[in-house]
Write a protein that binds this ligand. Structure first.
Ligand code: KIV
Ligand code: ZN
Length: 386
């Protein structure tokens, strides 16, 4: 039987850190409700110590949303944890997400500390958060570049202190999938009592590997994926929720499942893009404008004969109405005939030949032929006016 993977959505925290994407509390509540409808397991609602606005958003999301666990971020600092706990007071199920940098890079040049002191701070933060909530997630920031043996020591200590979820972020998007997968396996094999906690992935996309790394982690035992709608987030972004979910749907051999209602993927993606004023690249997997659009003659002919010749996802499965055949000068007669039929125009072979010649002239001229252009083209055909 497929094992459950939890989807932890951080659109409203890591995603909202994108310059120009900031939202007010009402907007965040609208997105949080959409995430609940989508079926995410955890919503990271904000970083309450960072501003009064973020604090208020965590409070209001906690009141507005019932099913997902609500998480608030903090550093391994008591006043951050106090503020996170206060913001979560109305959450039906609240989780404090606390942590500290564990790579030598972070320990020496950011925290200006040493490995032993960082380990102590990690344990102290988890113990302190446990005074407020049962569910405490620990993040080892920059785990991707952290020495595995030291990382295992830190994680063992925080599990002993009561951490329920262990987040292993590839904060800088540095790891290769195989390397990140091996790291997860090393931790599973070397951290005493790791089975008492859920292993979580949090991958950034600096080398375009966030999704691949998250899947490699799941294949090696991670059971929570931290991700965002449309893959938004710091710098090059985070793991894209819609992509990881559809990979797990399309590859049952991975042996895992989520509770995501995939038909909500496209509507949620559109909502987030509009509210955050962040356009989606047309070739974006799963939710991009061109994800189900076919434009070359060979592909169009194949799709018209059988959609599965060129589509591995049924558009309805992700909430997209239908695939589209985009008419350009690269399109063939089959595509023209198909789109004309959809407009209620059925031409015989000679008529289609004539229409196709005119179509190519028009396409060279205006590039993409839309329905209005097609209607105009048909009206101007000689046999139409005869
Ligand atoms: O990228 C990261 O390491 C983070 C942590 C705060 C979880 O966003
Ligand atoms: Zn992050």
């Amino acid at each position: 039987m497929a094992e459950r993977v939890y989807i932890f959505d951080t659109t409203l925290r890591d995603g909202e850190q994108v310059p120009g994407c900031q939202l007010n509390t009402d907007e965040k509540v609208i997105i949080a409700k959409a995430l609940e409808t989508l079926g995410v397991d955890v919503i990271e609602a904000g970083f309450p110590i960072s501003s009064p606005g973020d604090f208020k958003s965590v409070v209001e999301i906690s009141k507005a949303v019932s099913n997902p666990v609500i998480t608030a971020l903090s550093r391994a600092v008591e006043k951050d944890i106090d503020r996170a706990a206060e913001a979560l007071q109305y959450a039906k199920r609240g989780r404090i997400h606390t942590g500290i940098g564990t790579s030598d890079q972070h320990i020496f040049t950011k925290l200006r500390s040493d490995r032993d002191k960082v380990l102590e701070r990690a344990v102290a933060a988890v113990k302190y958060a446990k005074k407020y909530v049962e569910d405490v997630e620990f993040y080892a920031e920059d785990a991707g570049r952290t020495d595995n043996e030291y990382l295992a020591r830190v994680l063992e200590a925080v599990v002993k202190a009561g951490a329920t979820v262990l987040n292993i972020p590839d904060t800088t998007g540095f790891c290769l999938p195989e390397e990140y997968g091996r790291k997860i396996k090393y931790l599973k094999d070397n951290v005493k009592d790791i089975d008492k906690a859920i292993i979580s992935t949090h991958c950034h996309n600096d080398l375009g590997l966030a999704v691949a790394n998250s899947i490699a982690a799941v294949q090696n035992g991670a059971r929570q994926i931290e991700c965002t709608i449309n893959g938004i987030g710091e710098r090059a972004g985070n793991t894209s929720l819609e992509e990881v979910v559809m990979i797990m749907v399309k590859h049952p051999s991975i042996g895992v499942e989520t509770k995501i209602n995939t038909r909500q993927l496209y509507p949620t993606s559109q909502l987030v893009s509009k509210m955050m004023n962040m356009p989606i690249q047309p070739n974006k997997a799963v939710v991009g404008k061109n994800a189900f659009a076919h434009s070359s003659g060979i592909h169009q002919d194949g799709v018209i004969k059988n959609r599965e010749n060129y589509e591995i996802i049924d558009p309805h499965e992700v909430g997209v109405d239908k695939s589209s055949i985009i008419l350009t000068a690269r399109s063939g007669r089959a595509a023209l005939h198909y789109n004309l039929k959809n407009l209620g125009v059925d031409l015989n072979k000679e008529e289609l030949d004539e229409a196709y010649e005119r179509f190519l002239e028009m396409a060279d001229d205006i590039k993409v032929i839309r329905d209005e252009d097609l209607k105009r083209l048909v009206d101007q055909l000689p046999f139409k006016s005869a």
